[in-house]
Design a protein around this ligand. Structure first.
Ligand SMILES: Cc1cc2nc3c(=O)[nH]c(=O)nc-3n(C[C@H](O)[C@H](O)[C@H](O)COP(=O)(O)OP(=O)(O)OC[C@H]3O[C@@H](n4cnc5c(N)ncnc54)[C@H](O)[C@@H]3O)c2cc1C
Length: 443
């Protein structure tokens, strides 16, 4: 079968993109290396869209939860992942969880039965030089292809490990305790939020880092390098009592307006998105367990009521510096026939990866049909996530991101406890209008 589009990677994103394209009449070649003699360290089977860890797609509550809203938007677009998920669903309260084998079986059945899709079990080692292509090879992209991507994009543009510092919703920071200032008033002077600590608070916090329960690396992640610039905060703490005070918690050049003096130590947060709604804790990448992070980081003055858009982590994870490398349509700048989709674009999670695969499919279908692409509204879950990875995130500190309300344009006029509902209502209305403008899928 001569193909219109080559999709590389039969995971969540690649399968979803193939489905969306095939339903719109495009002939798809889907290359998946598992089943063709290669595998990844995490996958166990040869099945398409294998869930490598948890069997949960997280919350299905589309009124109060951003990932639940993303589920709803995907269902409205007849998502393959949501369709197979419904067929394989197992009870999980307000979350959506699936039987992983049945889920993969359903995906494979729907794709193999589609006359527009050819599934080839092969590893692809280089980016095709021409023809519409979607690369969806995921967080464990085969080494040969990863090297080829580095050659095409430049050194340090493709990361092989993430080093995620926790990200805080700005509106939950107590600005009566914290203040905005850059060290020595450099930059525009307001680039950082500073949380001050006295000696007693610092010593208790340091001890908390040493005592806190950590997650361990998987066997095949054990050689994860600790680069000096992204060493876990607790590893740095273990080097000595003052290491952090001379590192990420350095107080010099920062005058606490309440005392007029430098504090004993500071925790600094830096803006993480253009909207200014998300701030990351600088240098706080960590392997502490999530519950431990929330407990300990809420002991930091000014963060007592912090809500986290995402918590810290460190994993094997192949991802592009997408805000720098990709255009708003997920195309590689300078090689527009190549689109990226899924976790390799720097979104994170099964659902987010599938959603970006779905969008890559729609974009490619519009291109093949000679139609102008209209992005989903930024006020919707899909639009907010897409905008973040394709330019709204800060490229210099770009790390993988889940969908969350901090990516949505803020609604400061709405009372805090009503805000989630307000975000989802606005999203539903505007996403609905966007759907009306989409080309209908042929029967
Ligand atoms: C160990 C681990 C645990 C995780 N746990 C969770 C979790 O609990 N919940 C969650 O939401 N997310 C989790 N994730 C993230 C999750 O894997 C991704 O969000 C999701 O699978 C990404 O979808 P994707 O389609 O981008 O990549 P994948 O689903 O990984 O699919 C990529 C596919 O491309 C294939 N491939 C790679 N290179 C090539 C090549 N050169 N040629 C052909 N085929 C190739 C792979 O075999 C794979 O099938 C985890 C990730 C890892 C690594």
């Amino acid at each position: 079968m001569a193909n219109d589009v080559h999709i590389i990677g039969g995971g969540l994103a690649g399968c979803e993109a193939a489905w969306q394209l095939a339903r719109r009449g495009a002939k798809v070649r889907l290359s998946e290396m598992r089943g063709g003699g290669s595998t990844t360290p995490a996958h166990q089977t040869e099945g398409l869209a294998e869930l490598v860890c948890s069997n949960s797609f997280r919350s299905d509550d589309h009124e109060n939860n951003a990932v639940g809203l993303l589920h709803r938007e995907m269902r409205q677009l007849d998502s393959l992942v949501m369709r197979a998920g419904a067929a394989a669903q197992v009870p999980a309260g307000s979350a959506m969880a699936v039987d992983r084998d049945m889920f993969s079986y359903e995906i494979e059945k729907l794709l193999s039965n589609h006359s527009n899709i050819e599934i080839i079990r092969e590893r692809v080692d280089a980016l095709p030089s021409s023809g519409p292509t979607i690369v969806a090879t995921g967080p464990l992209t085969a080494e040969s292809l990863a090297e080829n991507i580095v050659a095409a994009t430049g050194q340090n543009r493709l990361a092989f490990f993430d080093a995620i510092a926790p990200i805080v919703h700005f509106e939950t920071i107590d600005m009566d305790v914290c203040w905005m200032q850059s060290r020595w008033d450099k930059g525009d002077g307001k680039d950082y939020v500073n949380c001050p600590m006295d000696k007693e608070q610092y010593l208790a916090f340091h001890q908390g880092l040493l005592d806190g329960e950590k997650t361990s690396f998987r066997e095949w992640e054990a050689d994860t390098p600790y680069f000096e610039g992204c060493m876990p905060i607790e590893v740095m703490a273990a080097r000595g009592i003052d290491t952090l005070r001379y590192g990420p918690m350095k107080p010099v050049g920062l005058d606490d307006p309440r005392t007029g003096r430098w504090p004993y130590a500071v925790v600094q947060l830096r803006q993480d998105n253009k909207l200014g709604t998300l701030w990351n804790m600088v240098g706080f990448q960590t392997k502490l367990k999530h519950a431990e992070q929330v407990r300990l980081f809420r002991t930091i003055p000014g963060l007592e009521r912090a809500e986290f858009a995402r918590l810290g982590g460190l994993h094997r994870n192949t991802f592009l510096n997408s805000p720098l490398l990709l255009d708003r349509q997920l195309r590689l700048k300078g090689a527009a026939h190549i689109r990226f989709a899924g976790q390799i674009t720097g979104c994170e999670g099964y659902v987010e990866s599938a959603a970006i695969g779905l969008l890559a499919g729609l974009m490619t279908a519009a291109e093949l049909g000679g139609r102008e692409w209209q992005a989903p509204p930024r006020t919707a879950a899909m639009g907010a996530l897409l905008a973040h990875i394709t330019g709204d995130a800060e490229a210099a500190s770009f790390q993988p991101m889940n969908v969350n309300f901090g990516l949505f344009p803020p609604l400061p006029e709405v009372k805090k406890k009503l805000r989630k509902r307000a975000y989802t209502e606005r999203a539903k209305a505007e996403f609905g209008k966007w759907l009306e403008g989409l080309e209908a899928v042929p029967a």
